[in-house]
Write a protein that binds this ligand. Structure first.
Ligand code: HEC
Length: 115
């Protein structure tokens, strides 16, 4: 008796799973999703030491507002100028950052996903 040839092998199943996961993370040719992806990386690299950048966790530095709360104070788009010209807060604990226009767009696209 031959084994049933129609049962897919593990490698086929794994390949389908990986494909499904990838298409979930980055919908093909979706420029916004890719911008969000880059913004997430920027936030994780430069901001997550102090600010919470997800939907639930408290900020590692308690006085730094979680990014998900910023839009309650002002539209996050209004941060664009300060991110490009150097964001300075009233609190010296926050270092000054300055970003390229593309990076500003990416960071704001990411912040909007938290609203
Ligand atoms: C070393 C810690 C630290 C890092 C790193 C940091 N922040 Fe902050 N941030 C703070 C603190 C503390 C505050 C609160 C300042 C205050 O209340 O005056 C703050 C406040 C802010 C605010 C609110 C400003 C306001 O007046 O509403 C924004 C927006 C912000 N940070 C953005 C960022 C971004 C974007 C990054 C990454 C590029 C970043 N922060 C990285 C510590 C940090």
């Amino acid at each position: 008796m031959q084994p049933n040839a129609r049962v897919p092998g593990y490698s086929t199943i794994a390949a389908r799973l990986v494909g499904a996961l990838l298409s979930f993370a980055i919908p093909a040719s979706d420029a916004t999703a890719q911008s969000v992806q880059r913004g997430t990386t920027i936030a994780r690299t430069y901001c997550s030491k102090c600010h919470s950048i997800d939907r639930l966790s408290p900020s590692p530095l308690a006085i730094a507002p979680p990014f998900r709360d910023l839009h309650k104070r002002y539209p996050v788009e209004s941060l664009a100028e300060s991110l490009a010209e150097g964001i300075v807060t009233g609190h010296p604990t926050m270092p000054e950052y300055r970003f390229e226009p593309d990076q500003v767009g990416d960071l704001i696209a990411f912040m909007k996903t938290l609203e």
